[in-house]
Design a protein around this ligand. Structure first.
Ligand SMILES: Cc1ncc(COP(=O)(O)O)c(C=O)c1O
Length: 456
């Protein structure tokens, strides 16, 4: 007889599976309420105690008290921040991953995970136009993807510029780079040349002008571009910046955490041609590639360089790193700032293989098309106007006559009435409305209802 915690409980298993089945069958998933229904402290008081509690009761507490206090990020009405819309197959396979005892750290332990994840990574790399041999790992999210790749970039830059004080080296970035880039550079203690841009798009011309005006351009070791800014969906001049990086022997990193998925869009893939120049590229399947949280595809042009910087060395790990470079198998742990690793690429892999890449192309396109249709509806409305043209799947709009407080009240009202979750943002200092489309089941009639709610 084993330990009591490891006994199989058929009734609880049925209850949990039934809950999952109900969620999977919901069409659409309800928005629910987030902080509007924050659980009162007494609902949680004293729950943890030596003798434990009845699991069915605790599952019930989750269903009735905790789950409604979360705005479901996979609801088609979730249009704030960057939503997440996992396919049914990816969710089902996430449950398989949870129950399969997979540690996606090394080839030695998990070659079966690595071949499948690498198939998905290679598919992304090929679609993005990166050269054969590119590769990396799935990491927890864009923030860690950026931090990992910029760590490699920094070390490569330092090694190339032994003449420079390591504290003086810099990356060229634009003001619209995601906050995780700033955080990564803070962690890495690397400064920036922050380039002023024309309409928030980082271009080669702007970079060249900034470099020409800079007293110490020699200490710039890399360029960081964004393929789909989070606030507005703007894709930087990847081709111009990338060719400049190649000509100047600089590291070229592309943060496509959100917008990189539009490499699958028939109408917009041309904006991403410059990814072929990238030394490192990230895109989050947990954003616009329909995988559950948490999953970022981190891809290096030269994975050997990356693992020389990032692989963790310890005597108990030597078994993973024996052999020459030619004999190297593949340890996902060597490519990011992590060691133990959930096989988080598998739900994406399973969904991509089973649904087929054409389904991904059409699902990505749905969001872009709806953003463009929303722009038309806004232009027809008379009382709402576009702040700037829609980019990728993001729409920034202004309700004429509204100030900040009105936007916040409206946003809360929409959530209370379970119409949608739309939060305001700031554009050039002004509070404005923002919708980020992503779920292919978000409909034009939902958008019409949202616009109607701003009429008075
Ligand atoms: C462009 C961009 N980069 C990085 C991130 C950070 O990704 P994550 O939240 O997965 O850490 C985001 C998140 O929205 C993003 O939009």
């Amino acid at each position: 007889m084993g330990h009591e915690m490891f006994e199989f409980d058929p009734e609880l298993t049925d209850a949990v599976f039934e809950y999952c089945r109900e969620r999977l069958a919901m069409d659409p998933v309800p928005l629910d309420f987030g902080s509007l229904m924050a659980p009162p402290p007494e609902s949680m008081a004293g729950l943890i105690r030596p003798e434990g509690r009845n699991a069915q009761d605790v599952l019930e507490l989750f269903k009735t008290t905790l789950a409604p206090a979360v705005v479901s990020i996979d609801s088609p009405g979730f249009l704030a921040f960057i939503p997440n819309a996992p396919t049914k197959n990816s969710l089902l396979f996430d449950m398989v991953v949870a129950c399969s005892g997979l540690n996606g750290t090394s080839w030695l332990e998990s070659s079966g995970v690595v071949v499948a994840e690498n198939q998905a990574l290679t598919f992304i790399a090929d679609t993005a136009g990166m050269p054969a041999g590119s590769g990396g790992a799935f990491v927890s999210g864009g923030s860690i993807g950026n931090l990992s790749s910029l760590t490699v970039a920094r070390d490569v830059g330092r090694a190339k510029h032994l003449d420079l004080n390591p504290r003086d080296i810099r990356f060229a970035i634009s003001e619209d780079a995601h906050s995780s880039i700033g955080k990564a550079l803070h962690v890495l203690d690397v400064a920036t040349l922050t380039v002023a841009t024309d309409d928030h798009r980082f271009t080669r011309a702007a970079l060249e002008a900034a470099i020409a005006a800079d007293p110490h351009p020699e200490n710039i070791i890399g360029i960081i571009a964004t393929a789909g800014t989070t606030n507005a969906g703007i894709v930087d001049d990847l081709d111009g910046l990338g060719s400049f990086a190649r000509e100047s022997d600089l590291w070229f990193h592309i943060d496509g955490a959100y917008g990189g998925a539009a490499i699958f869009s028939a109408t917009h893939r041309h904006l991403f041609e410059g990814i072929r120049h990238a030394d490192s590229f990230i895109v989050d399947p947990h954003k616009w590639l329909f995988a559950p949280l948490d999953c970022c595809a981190l891809i290096y042009r030269n994975p050997t360089v990356a693992r020389k910087v990032l692989a963790q060395q310890a005597s108990y790990l030597d078994v993973l790193h024996e052999g020459s470079d030619d004999e190297y198998e593949w340890n996902p742990s060597d490519f990011g700032i992590h060691l133990s690793r959930r096989a988080r690429g598998l739900p994406f892999w399973f969904s991509l293989v089973t649904n087929g890449s054409a389904a991904y192309e059409s699902a990505v396109q749905c969001a872009i098309d709806l953003a463009q249709r929303t722009q038309e509806l806004i232009n027809e409305s008379g009382y709402v106007e576009m702040v700037r043209p829609s980019s990728l799947s993001i729409v920034l709009f202004r309700r004429k006559g509204w100030g900040a407080e009105r936007y916040h009240q409206w946003s809360e009202g929409l959530l209370r009435r379970q119409i949608a979750f739309v939060t305001p943002t700031k554009w050039e200092g002004e509070v404005v409305g923002r919708m980020a489309f992503l779920h292919p089941n978000t409909t034009e009639s939902m958008v019409r209802e949202i616009l109607e709610s701003m009429r008075d």
